[in-house]
Design a protein around this ligand. Structure first.
Ligand SMILES: NC(=O)c1ccc[n+]([C@@H]2O[C@H](COP(=O)([O-])OP(=O)(O)OC[C@H]3O[C@@H](n4cnc5c(N)ncnc54)[C@H](OP(=O)(O)O)[C@@H]3O)[C@@H](O)[C@H]2O)c1
Length: 264
């Protein structure tokens, strides 16, 4: 038996995307709209959301600006979705930010900000979206998708703020799956490898198995159609990252430390 509902027919599905203004989120909006879904676009940049909204095929799409760190704004946006669309079938959290941080140059404030968008924002989003999702008629596929990262698997160079937040998000997804799966709801965690977006444009190192947002979204949708809980791509990279999780610390630190680059 599969761990989650298999989503293969997107026609008429009401999908809320938080983090829709660029990168993987913007591409997901395009592909879902082309498949017949009604998409709610959310992020902080209103003008970018508006031009994306104009470019979407199909109908029934809306753009609602909100900041993931603002719990009250998320609740207000959820109320607006309920009023305008009568509920939700799927809620997808894609908001994220990355700043490379090393032991000798981080501040607690930077780490807090990365936790805010990469983890606590997802908690705010889940809290706001769940009541709408739970009203979905029984038997209708749907639920919650949380986009984390393979950077959440184990300690990595430059990941002092981003990595722990993504690790927390993977844990949160597992916790909430245990509660919501018995109630018939889907919960997915998505762990991409390197995708060419604004987020990775700043990286000054070779990114193995780098893929485009278009390929990433095709893999994400294939994952949602497969009924798995853990959606990861591209497999040629993420399987290696999963293998690294199994290594004892001595071997892991030796292997990953070699790629750490500069020192103080
Ligand atoms: N690219 C990769 O290689 C990669 C790998 C693994 C995981 N991921 C994850 O995939 C997700 C999407 O990232 P991406 O690569 O597509 O990066 P991106 O192009 O920078 O997109 C990030 C999105 O998050 C939104 N966002 C940021 N802070 C927000 C906030 N406080 N409130 C609401 N929205 C906010 C941004 O919109 P506004 O600025 O308009 O608010 C934007 O739409 C992230 O969670 C990222 O960690 C990416």
């Amino acid at each position: 038996m599969s761990l989650n509902p298999k989503i293969t027919d997107w026609r008429g599905q009401r999908v809320w995307l938080l983090g829709a203004s660029s990168g993987i989120g913007a591409e997901l909006a395009q592909q879902l709209a082309a498949l017949g879904a009604h998409v709610v676009l959310s992020a902080r940049r209103a003008e970018v959301l508006d031009s994306l909204l104009q470019s979407l095929p199909g109908d029934g799409h809306v753009a609602l600006v909100c900041d993931a760190s603002d719990q009250a704004a998320l609740l207000a946006t959820a109320a607006q979705i309920q009023a305008e669309l009568g509920g939700l079938d799927l809620a997808v959290y894609l908001a994220g930010d990355y700043v490379p941080l090393r032991a000798w140059d981080f501040t607690p404030q930077q780490v807090r900000q990365l936790c805010e968008v990469n983890y606590l924002g997802a908690v705010n989003f889940t809290h706001a979206a769940l009541p709408l999702l739970r009203r979905a008629p029984p038997g209708k596929s749907g639920g919650l998708v949380l986009v984390s990262s393979v950077a959440g698997y184990r300690g990595l160079p430059k990941a002092l703020g981003y990595g722990p937040a993504k690790a927390a998000l993977i844990h949160f997804a597992e916790d909430i799956y245990l509660d919501l799966h018995p109630q018939g709801m889907g919960v997915w965690v998505v762990n991409p490898g390197f995708v060419a977006t604004r987020l990775t444009a700043q990286n000054d190192f070779h990114m193995p198995a780098l893929i485009t947002p278009e390929v990433a979204v095709k893999s994400l949708l294939a994952g949602l159609a497969s009924g798995r809980f853990d959606i990861h791509f591209p497999k040629r990279f993420t399987r290696f990252m999963k293998f690294l999780r199994l290594l004892p610390y001595r071997a892991y630190f030796a292997l990953v430390g070699r790629t750490a680059g500069d020192k103080e």
